[in-house]
Design a binder for this molecule. Structure first.
Ligand code: SIN
Ligand code: FE2
Length: 201
């Protein structure tokens, strides 16, 4: 589900200020590919009780920043509002991955599948430069479609689209007044399974 201009301009500025404060507390780091160690072109940080990291040891969620060892900052209120309004999932998000793209950054087609609970959606918010988002089916190698994601847009990957392959083909220069030639994307995720009601655990 694509919600163009979910955040108005004032909300985009407010969310950007919160993300800048989060980055000051939890500096951007350079993730790399498992095994090969090839660096991503995107820089990352996280908010929430769990943050997604990728290094030579693999992809995983962890409670602390890989360099500072400190817990991740809190998820900004406008991001929590988006989860409540658009995610339609009864539990709060645990992770808010912050991806920062410069003009040369890309993200290859992938599935978000490091979470235990695929019943919960992934809710994404975009700030700054427009990107060309590509998405396809839940199987590799299928056809993909392109969609431009602009500053303030929300996107929900839920239901049958939860495991859709997706990626960022390119960033469009000069497309935003909020951030010159940079794009920030937040993805909110529920990571852990709810405790099993039957066992009362
Ligand atoms: C992601 O797939 O983790 C990020 C998607 C985006 O930047 O819009
Ligand atoms: Fe993703």
């Amino acid at each position: 589900m694509h919600v163009p201009f979910y955040l108005d301009e004032a909300e985009q500025r407010a969310l950007l200020a919160d993300i800048e404060a989060a980055i000051a507390a939890a500096p951007l780091f350079q993730p790399c590919m498992p095994r090969t160690g090839k660096p991503f072109s995107v820089k990352m940080t996280n908010c929430g009780t769990l943050g997604w990291v990728s290094d030579r040891d693999g992809y995983r969620y962890q409670p602390a920043h890989p360099e500072t060892g400190k817990p991740w900052p809190e998820i900004p209120p406008l991001a929590l509002r988006a989860w409540k309004e658009l995610g339609l999932y009864p539990r709060p998000p645990e992770a808010c991955l912050v991806n920062v793209y410069d003009l040369a950054a890309r993200m290859g087609l992938h599935q978000d599948r490091d979470e235990e609970d695929f019943a919960a959606p992934v809710v994404s918010l975009s700030l700054g430069a427009t990107c060309v988002f590509r998405f396809g089916a839940a199987t590799r190698g299928g056809k993909t479609q392109s969609l431009e994601l602009r500053s303030g847009d929300a996107l929900v990957l839920g239901g049958p689209a939860r495991l859709a392959y997706h990626g960022i083909a390119r960033i469009i220069p000069g497309s935003s007044d909020l951030l010159e030639d940079k794009r920030i994307n937040l993805t909110l995720r529920r990571v852990t399974m709810p405790p099993c009601a039957a066992t009362g655990a």
